[in-house]
Write a new protein. Sequence first.
Length: 367
Amino acid sequence: MDLGAQQHEIGEEVRAGLCRVFDAASFIGGPDVQAFEREFASFTDVSHCVGTNNGTDALELALRASGVTVGGQVILPANSPMATFEAVLRIGALPLPVDVDSRYLLIDPEAAAAAVTGRTQALLPVHLYGQTAFVERIRPLAERVGAVIVEDASQSQGSFRHGRMAGSLGLAAGTSFSPHRNLGAAGDAGAVMSNDAGLAARVRVLGDSGSHQTCRNGETDKGARMDTVQAVVLRASLARLERWNGLRRAAADRYAELLRPMAVSGMVWLPSEAPGNYHVWHLYTVQVENRDRVLTDLHEAGIGAGAPHLVRRTEAHEALGPGCGFFPVAEAATDRLLSLPIFPHITAEQQERVVKVLARSLMIIGR
């Protein structure tokens, strides 16, 4: 994505904000952090938001404050990013991956139900690629076994399902604001969202390294506070996020139209928006055969496409233990998934070039 175009749009406002921060020498937890927390809570339609230094810490703190403990099981989709698994492992809990549905590649509620055990403490739906998981279908399961729902909303700022915002559907949610997100900072940042005042207060204490309260309680805290510089950038970006997401949706529609002939011929499988969802297209992921060869062709043409990896196929898999098994839907899709460039300021000409190079690669491979 072209981060420069977004930063150029907010540059003047950010420079003014940085002057304000440095003049006041308020670098951590200052007025801009507090203002961003209020604004993002309002945007997400939750009562509380606590800024953090990155998304992995945000998710870890959300899980800890929600009651996940050492040895507890946390059910999450097998195609979750490594950072999601890492947040669970940091607590000493056990990530229990399950397969995803074949159309939208979101956590499969039936697979989640089959994986529940007496040690299950949380279900962790990940809102992948820009659309919200089917949280309403796993909520009865969580209630039945006494588990909490904690969302990973890092790829879904601004998405919603049946009118409810991603990040407002569980007891708590964690999100990342790394620069490539729909709402990105100028470095690492994150946040925890919740409608539970006590949980939000606990997150703030746990993330405030050196807090006297955590010392008294004998809990291990960590330095996870958001710095004010990132809050300045995030406030400027948040004011434009709905428009930027609208531009992403327009770009996704344009890709769908340009790729339609290849989709009809079976050369490309297109992504789609689930009924009831408002997709914000953090990623535009198609599926193709011979994905790695196609990816190489795109890179050689100067196109910044990407491909996901399953944690199960990395060295980090060993830390997950025997519960991390075979996930046919997630694995088959991962072999074919290809993320095409998408960002608010992408032009029609750039998208046309992407599709042209993709078509040429697929035709050459198919000969």
